[in-house]
Design a binder for this molecule. Sequence first.
Ligand code: FAD
Length: 284
Amino acid sequence: MAAHPAQFSFELFPPRTPEGVAKLPGIAAALAALKPKYFSVTYGAGGSDQDGTYDTVVKVVESTGIEAAPHLTCVGSSRARIAALLDRYKAAGVKRIVALRGDLPATAIGTGAPGDFHYASELLSFIRQTHGDSFQLEVAAYPEMHPQARSPEADFEAFRRKVDAGADAAITQYFYVADAYFDFLERCAKAHITIPVIAGIMPITNHAQLTRFSAACGADIPRWVRLRLEQLQDDKAALQDFGLDVVSRLCETVLKGGAPGIHFYTLNQVEPTLRLWKQLGLPA
Ligand code: FAD
């Protein structure tokens, strides 16, 4: 079957247990069979360190032959450490980086990140100054506004700063309201921002986890979805079937509405992404 015109990528996190490490090659192989454009590997979330991200990137590339992009954050890092890490990634053949501020410790909320770089735009400028166009740079975008932003306008201005600092593409925070994504695309068009804004999609598999994540990152779960998830929370199979319906319709809507691609937040699980893939009739 011909390749789909949109691009697809899969996000993984560095495993934190020996069982997780042992399972990773199987997870990466199963997802690699779907021929994503690239994998990305988070940093920092849940306490992972840069070695964990680096090792995972290297292992995924070795075991699948598919490009892997490390996430790099400002939080808790100095200019010298970022410079050393960029050199290490370059030497390992990395061509793409997801450049972020990172999540702040509770004490620092309301300010920029502690350290040499306060915002993702500063990290981007540094990477461009020191490495030119050696890396394709992806940044985060927030159709429903970043939870710590002063206003939607200020947040969009912050996004524009990242584009001006050299972002090649953006990946959105996950959302379940397609209109928020389309509104963001319209705001980009009005502002003459032309980089691809890839839709970040989180499969729905677990009520408690989704509620917790969404409260932290500001993703709106529509009332009717929330109520159904509450009702189904003790019936895992039914909840996952319902989640599959909701999220596959969302994917269809954004792809039909012009999304240049989808980035799946896999949480190192194969099955939810695989089921979505099949439901969407994507080429396997
Ligand atoms: P920024 O773009 O720097 O924005 C952060 C906040 O500061 C926003 O409220 C913005 O409006 C504001 N702001 C920006 N510039 C300025 C300025 N000059 N003056 C005043 N305010 C400003 N987190 C991790 O820890 N590890 C990961 O691996 C990770 N991966 C992610 C992947 C994706 C695709 C996404 C969408 C998010 C990811 N995150 C990750 C979460 C991310 O780090 C948080 O959402 C973080 O709080 C913001 O990061 P950012 O890069 O969007 O920050």
